[in-house]
Design a protein around this ligand. Structure first.
Ligand SMILES: [Zn+2]
Length: 284
């Protein structure tokens, strides 16, 4: 049997915080329990928001916490060739088209969608692209994005924590944006290509990403992946709890919450064990 390969994949758009620590505990815990290997991937696909000093700080904090990857980190910003090759695979199947819609164009079009077409609550957090440019034959070029045609399908998978899941990516999100109008590869596209090319067999991430699993499974299949990875979606940290409040809105922790940054806790003299314990005490 092939060994388990998972990954920890932070975006260097801020410092490491308690939410990352919860993810790391799940990634390393689950993977090591199954004698697997952990890869480290710097998801700096958003060139406008990614900063090298955040990456350096994240890697340093991670090492301090004792989370060691089995290979040196890879950076998405250095994998353009790999994404272009993946795009070619899709292009040969006639699945790629240019799209110059802005996010507000998509929002406007989506707002006109009848309520009956709306899906379950957790799937409504995202906009559905209605295929505005699918038949336009728009030329590719600067300030033009690229989309991948999704075919109607029901994607079934068994989440290792949540059990059997069923998603309809083309109804849920419409054709998938692979590269945006700024020339950035999207999270969905880059992560799916990387998981495929790097041979990742186990994806462990927060439950906020559950709704995107079906489209990643379909995209992976279109890229030629025979077997999708296994997925485990873990609970998120509660922001109200992490901030010491009670009864506040149940929000997930974000990178802008400086008071839960690992840097700050280190500066206050916390030990790695204390930081990990605190992070896990805030999980839903
Ligand atoms: Zn469009």
């Amino acid at each position: 049997m092939r060994g388990i390969i998972s990954r920890f994949a932070p975006a260097p758009t801020g410092f490491l915080h308690l939410g990352h620590v919860v993810n790391a505990v799940h990634v390393w815990g689950e993977t090591r329990a199954r004698q697997g290997r952990v890869l480290l991937r710097i998801e700096d696909h958003d060139r406008q928001r990614s900063r090298r000093h955040f990456e350096d700080a994240i890697l340093e904090d991670l090492a301090w916490l004792g989370f060691e990857a089995d290979e040196p980190p890879v950076r998405q910003s250095e994998r353009d060739d790999i994404y272009l090759q993946a795009l070619d695979v899709l292009r040969r199947q006639g699945l790629v088209y240019a799209c110059d819609c802005s996010r507000s164009d998509v929002a406007r079009a989506d707002a006109g969608r009848p309520d009956v077409a709306r899906l379950a609550l957790h799937e409504m957090d995202e906009l559905r692209y209605p295929g505005t440019c699918a038949g336009r034959g728009l030329a590719e070029g600067p300030a033009v994005g690229l989309r991948v045609r999704l075919v109607p399908s029901v994607e079934r998978f068994v989440d290792l924590r949540l059990g059997p899941q069923e998603q309809r990516p083309s109804a849920q999100c419409g054709d998938l944006l692979a590269r945006d109008r700024d020339g950035n590869w999207t999270y969905q596209f880059a992560a799916t290509v990387d998981d495929h090319v790097q041979g990742v067999t186990l994806v462990i991430r927060g439950v906020d990403l559950l709704a995107s699993t079906g489209r990643q499974i379909q995209l992976a299949r279109l890229l030629g992946r025979a077997e999708p990875p296994e997925f485990l979606h873990h609970p998120l940290i509660l922001k109200s709890a992490a901030n010491g409040g009670v009864g506040g809105p149940r929000q997930k922790l974000s990178k802008s919450d400086g008071d839960t940054g690992i840097r700050e806790l280190r500066a206050r003299g916390w030990t790695p064990a204390q930081v990990i314990e605190r992070a896990m005490s805030f999980v839903e």
